[in-house]
Design a binder for this molecule. Structure first.
Ligand code: ATR
Length: 289
């Protein structure tokens, strides 16, 4: 039997819109760095009505895998037949791998979140206290599951719409959780060892989170999954109070690691050089956080 398919191993990131995605920058950097032959990572603009057909034809289009971003993560989960345990639990897919049995959906967002904290705050450990998570949207699900997995003693979810936080707890079957409304923020922050923002507040064009951080212990770590701007208002306030802070860019970099390894067989490193490359693309030359 002769192989007729192209020898070019292509991977794409599919989203709608997709022009702002920095995944091609990250993966093509690694493709060059590790000398992966005949490989290419590209953007693929996929409108919602074209998603099912694109998935059906993914391999025929020459792709050995893909990343999935807004707004397709949940729909890809529903469309694919196979998933790893975590993406099945989250009901969302950010990484697609071709296996002997066909396309498999995975989710590496929570991995990226925890790997970023390990990398940038190595002295901090999830299992030393309660974690406070602001938000209960799509991104929050991956973060919540990863905090539970890392052994957070308690997860306190603060959300504008408490019912949405309750649904998150229920859907993921999370134990040791408490849901707070925004008005009870002080109570939630007391004694916590982590504060993470997963809401869209603080993002360029949105208003800032305005939180009184004084109830947080001095040992608490503050992080944001928003990375545009790199230093959100929340991180700035935390830094001014002398708290440890970790920005959200590393989550983007680290979530890419398991996908690259699955597609190309090399576990890539998140290095200062890669971070500088992405920062430069964002127009940032001084890495102050
Ligand atoms: P993502 O998939 O990026 O997490 P999302 O699913 O739209 O985005 O979730 C956005 C999160 O930001 C939610 O927790 C949302 O709170 P609600 O569940 O109450 O909607 C939160 N959020 C967005 N705008 C907000 C605002 N102005 N004030 C408070 N929370 C806000």
């Amino acid at each position: 039997m002769s192989m007729t398919s192209s020898s070019l191993a292509k991977v794409c990131v599919m989203g709608w819109p997709i022009s702002h995605s920095r995944s091609p920058l990250i993966h093509n950097f690694w493709i060059r760095q590790y000398g992966i032959k005949d490989a290419l990572y590209e953007r693929l603009a996929v409108a919602p009505e074209d998603l099912a057909e694109t998935l059906r034809n993914l391999n025929d289009l020459g792709f050995i895998g893909a990343n999935v971003t807004v707004p397709h993560k949940e729909e890809v989960f529903k469309t694919l037949m196979r998933h790893d345990a975590l993406s099945a639990r989250l009901k969302a897919v950010n990484t697609i791998v071709t296996t002997a049995q066909g396309l498999e959906g995975r989710n590496t967002d929570g991995y990226g979140f925890m790997a970023n904290l390990k990398d940038r705050a190595p002295g901090w450990h999830a299992n030393t206290g309660p974690a406070v998570m602001l938000g209960a949207g799509g991104a929050a699900r991956a973060v919540a599951a990863s905090l539970e997995e890392a052994g957070a003693t308690e997860l306190r979810i603060v959300n504008r719409t408490p019912a949405r936080a309750e649904a998150l707890v229920h859907d993921l079957g999370l134990k040791r959780t408490h849901v707070f409304t925004w008005e009870h923020m002080n109570e939630a922050l007391r004694g916590a060892n982590l504060l993470v923002n997963t809401t869209t507040l603080g993002m360029k064009g949105e208003r800032d989170l305005e939180i009184d951080l004084s109830p947080l212990p001095a040992s608490a770590l503050v992080t944001d999954i928003v990375y545009t701007p790199l230093e959100t208002g929340l991180l700035k306030d935390a830094r001014a109070r002398g708290l440890k802070v970790v920005d959200g860019l590393g989550m983007l970099l680290h979530q890419a690691v398991p996908g690259f390894e699955a597609w190309f067989g090399v576990r890539p490193q998140v290095t200062p050089e890669l971070r500088a490359l992405v920062l430069a693309d964002m127009g940032i030359t001084e890495d102050k956080v």
